[in-house]
Write a protein that binds this ligand. Structure first.
Ligand SMILES: CC(C)(COP(=O)(O)OP(=O)(O)OC[C@H]1O[C@@H](n2cnc3c(N)ncnc32)[C@H](O)[C@@H]1OP(=O)(O)O)[C@@H](O)C(=O)NCCC(=O)NCCS
Length: 176
């Protein structure tokens, strides 16, 4: 998969993205808002890439993707679609290195992935879950058209999470 937006390129994860993934998943905000995945070495990062990338692309037709700046080819984050057992619909996931926050990149990538999911994969409804202490994530999702469905407890999570959804079956005129 390859998506080009005004400022970004979004492509399949590759094993050679290991050093970037190792850095990203160990940023303090990633640990705080998403969790510590226990990825400490390049080989752990490659295992994550295999699972979140190639295995999911093969099994589901979607997964997580690398987000790069188009001008410099610098990796800035990941964005994509996950399928969790405890959610009825696939959900949008994303994370960016702190140096690249608040420049609209997260929203630009999310809009592109949502458009791709609906037009190429035929996905009608997407969920998203975020920590209730993560207003930037909620703001990004609301800018992309997601609506709040309140805070809920989910299996295996001690804290309540904020559930948001975007449903194209009831929003046929959406411009996203
Ligand atoms: C959440 C995250 C993905 C946002 O990415 P981003 O590229 O900065 O997003 P954008 O720039 O497109 O939009 C962020 C919005 O949140 C707003 N925002 C930032 N910090 C905020 C805060 N503390 N309170 C409220 N709004 C905030 C920004 O002002 C911006 O809104 P605006 O365009 O109306 O000004 C990024 O912070 C991140 O990677 N965090 C760590 C990992 C993570 O939390 N992932 C999400 C898990 S669900």
């Amino acid at each position: 998969m390859l998506i080009e937006t005004e400022r970004l390129l979004i492509r399949d994860l590759r094993s050679t993205d290991d050093a970037f993934i190792l850095e990203l998943v160990n940023e303090p905000a990633f640990h705080q808002h998403i969790g510590d995945k226990g990825i400490r070495h390049l080989e752990d990062a490659r295992a994550y890439i295999q699972k979140a990338g190639a295995e999911n692309y093969e099994r589901l037709g979607f997964g997580m993707y690398l987000v790069m700046l188009k001008d410099s080819s610098m990796a800035i984050g990941i964005c994509g679609i996950l399928k969790r057992d405890f959610l009825d619909h696939p959900d949008l996931g994303f994370a960016y290195t702190a140096a690249n926050w608040n420049k609209g990149y997260g929203t630009e990538a999310a809009n592109a992935i949502i458009h791709w999911a609906t037009t190429s994969l035929g996905i009608q409804t997407l969920s998203a879950i975020t920590a209730v202490t993560n207003p930037a994530s909620v703001r990004l999702l609301e800018k992309s058209g997601f609506k709040s469905h309140g805070e809920q407890y989910f299996p295996g999570r001690k804290e309540k999470l904020h559930l948001l959804m975007i449903d194209f079956s009831t929003e046929p005129n959406s411009t996203i």
